[in-house]
Design a binder for this molecule. Structure first.
Ligand code: DNO
Length: 357
């Protein structure tokens, strides 16, 4: 059985306060998860820029095999007439990334907003702070006015553009979004087959509709439908524990087993559900939150998971400041916890680990 999942770490490029040298010092870190950040959604990434990310990673002794994200332009999600050109650009990005050794592309199909939180620095009892979500607080915001800003958002829209975009989505229900998803994925999977790149869709975060926008990647039924639309294993999943776990209906260990052949990437973090549609991001260990991290990793292990995993959002601890969720220290603790769990699970199943530090 193949058991060597690869531990990775997200890096936001040269302007990330977390350095590659620091990432390299986390034991068993195989590589970075990154992107070309200078090109707006929909554009073709210059090969030189892709090469720079790879060169920087390699110079630090790290691989660059996972991209997060190649963003999907809103016109593709909306099914506007210019989508064909944009899909062709996306196909070209896959080819270019494959040429430098990228094997997995994480993306999402969430309209307008990427992940959403109501609080970027909720103070926890231990004095650290973390991201938190409260549905009532979020729904009381006017999305076209709010000054909230998250690292994953496309902030290139003016308020007027954002309002127009939100209006345009009024005509897009979940069925229409699925149709537009199908047109997209069916056009790109052939390029993935040619190049050997795996697509790994990120679930909607949180996994329910917000501000009247449709959201379709929320759990078991979504994955079954994706598979029906395009059966290629390249049409895969990023199993994001914190996103899926915000809905207690999602049995993530069961999903890990059921969709084992298409889980190419795992975002591992824990959340503490604090009420109906409310949660705080918690330290990675099972005991600190609502998710059974051990059970989920065990399910991945027993299914032979050998893809990429990264510790997801961490708290801000030890006085660190930086991108909400993406500091160094707590994510590094997360990476160590996950490796400890994995090693324990592996050894308890009677096999030896042969990876070297
Ligand atoms: C948040 C991230 C997401 C993710 C995208 C993938 O921390 O997990 O922003 O990168 O949704 O496209």
């Amino acid at each position: 059985m193949k058991i060597n999942m690869k531990m990775t770490f997200r890096w936001y490029g040269e302007r990330d306060p977390v350095t590659l040298a620091a990432i390299r010092q986390i034991p068993q870190m195989s590589g970075i998860v990154s992107a070309v950040y200078s090109v707006p959604a929909g554009g073709v990434w210059p090969e030189g820029e892709i090469g720079k990310v790879k060169a920087a990673a390699n110079a630090a002794g790290l691989e660059f095999e996972v991209v997060e994200s190649v963003p999907v332009h809103e016109s593709i999600k909306l099914g506007r007439s210019e989508r064909d050109v944009l899909i062709e650009n996306y196909r070209e990005n896959i080819r270019r990334l494959a040429r430098v050794g990228v094997k997995c592309i994480c993306y999402n199909f969430m309209p307008v907003f990427d992940w959403l939180r109501s609080d970027l620095a909720r103070v926890l009892p231990d004095g650290s702070n973390a991201l938190a979500y409260d549905d009532t607080a979020v729904l009381s915001l006017d999305p076209a006015k709010t000054e909230l800003s998250l690292p994953g958002w496309d902030e290139s829209y003016s308020k007027a553009e954002l309002r127009a975009l939100l209006d345009e989505y009024k005509a897009i229900d979940e069925e229409k979004l699925w149709e537009n998803f199908a047109a997209f994925i069916n056009a790109i999977i052939p390029v993935c087959e040619e190049t050997g790149v795996n697509m790994a869709i990120h679930p909607d975060d949180p996994p329910w509709g917000i501000f009247g926008l449709p959201r379709i990647i929320t759990g078991d039924q979504s994955y079954a439908r994706m598979k029906e639309i395009n059966p290629s294993a390249r049409n895969g999943i990023t199993l994001c524990l914190g996103s899926l776990g915000a809905d207690p209906q999602n049995d993530i260990a069961a999903l890990a087993k059921k969709y084992a052949d298409r889980i190419h990437f795992v975002h591992a973090r824990n959340i503490k559900i604090t009420g109906e549609r409310c949660f705080e991001e918690a330290p990675h260990p099972t005991i600190c939150g609502s998710l059974d991290m051990y059970g989920i990793l065990k399910a991945l292990h027993s299914s032979g998971f050998d893809g990429y995993i990264r510790p997801d959002h961490g708290r801000m601890i030890w006085g660190e400041s930086g991108r909400p969720g993406y500091g160094l220290y707590d994510r590094a603790l997360g990476a160590m916890y996950l490796q400890g769990l994995w090693e324990g699970i592996h050894n308890s199943e009677g096999e030896t680990r042969n990876a070297e530090c």
